[in-house]
Design a protein around this ligand. Structure first.
Ligand SMILES: C[S@@+](CC[C@H](N)C(=O)[O-])C[C@H]1O[C@@H](n2cnc3c(N)ncnc32)[C@H](O)[C@@H]1O
Length: 181
């Protein structure tokens, strides 16, 4: 659910190997164009998250920004992405919470697509949380996402099996597969 590629291109420009996943070929075409403009390279994966297959422990970072899905699909995607994270890998997530409905400043129209911090904690069970909070903040991301908003922000790390070893350098879902060199 990378949309038009802003996160993927930013991460690729830092030197990571990135896979941007989305349902929309048009969005991914724009993502490719943005990458070209910035002199970055991204891999695009055009598919429905319902059909997504991720290899276990294949990715160092999962980035899920505004990934609003029906609860059943969301649970399956989160479970698969959790399995795809390497030990030591990270999740970065930001999404609207149900309190967003009071603001009317963007986000999904239906309550079931919004997510509670506790649901993030449960669906990503086993991560060590560096940050997991609900926050109200000003969002300025185009005409449909502008204004004071209620969001959950999360940064989690999958525990390493052997904490004596240094971390793997970098990352991959919403979907990013990152390997920094
Ligand atoms: C709000 S945008 C996400 C934007 C992006 N993450 C960002 O931060 O700019 C939601 C995106 O999810 C995609 N999408 C919606 N349902 C999907 C599904 N079932 N599988 C894959 N992509 C989906 C849409 O095509 C759209 O690009």
């Amino acid at each position: 659910m990378e949309g038009q590629g802003r996160n993927a291109v930013y991460l690729a420009s830092l030197g990571h190997r990135v896979t941007a996943q989305d349902l929309s070929p048009v969005g991914l075409e724009r993502a490719e164009q943005l990458a070209q403009q910035r002199g970055a390279t991204i891999e695009c994966l055009c598919c429905n998250l319902n059909d997504l297959q991720l290899e276990a422990e294949s990715t160092d970072l999962v980035v899920a920004i505004w990934m609003h899905l029906p609860p059943d699909l969301r649970g399956r995607v989160h479970a698969q992405a959790l399995r795809a994270l390497r030990p030591g890998g990270h999740l970065i997530l930001e999404a609207y919470t149900p309190r967003q409905q009071r603001f009317g400043t963007g986000g999904p129209p239906t309550a079931e697509l919004l997510i509670e911090p506790d649901q993030v904690r449960t669906e990503w069970q086993g991560l060590d949380w560096l940050l997991l909070r609900e926050q109200e903040r000003w969002i300025e991301e185009g005409p449909y996402h502008r204004g004071q908003s209620a969001v959950v922000q999360a940064v989690g790390r999958k525990p390493r099996r052997d904490r004596a070893h240094p971390p793997i350098a970098a990352m991959g879902l919403c979907v990013y597969r990152h390997t920094s060199v």
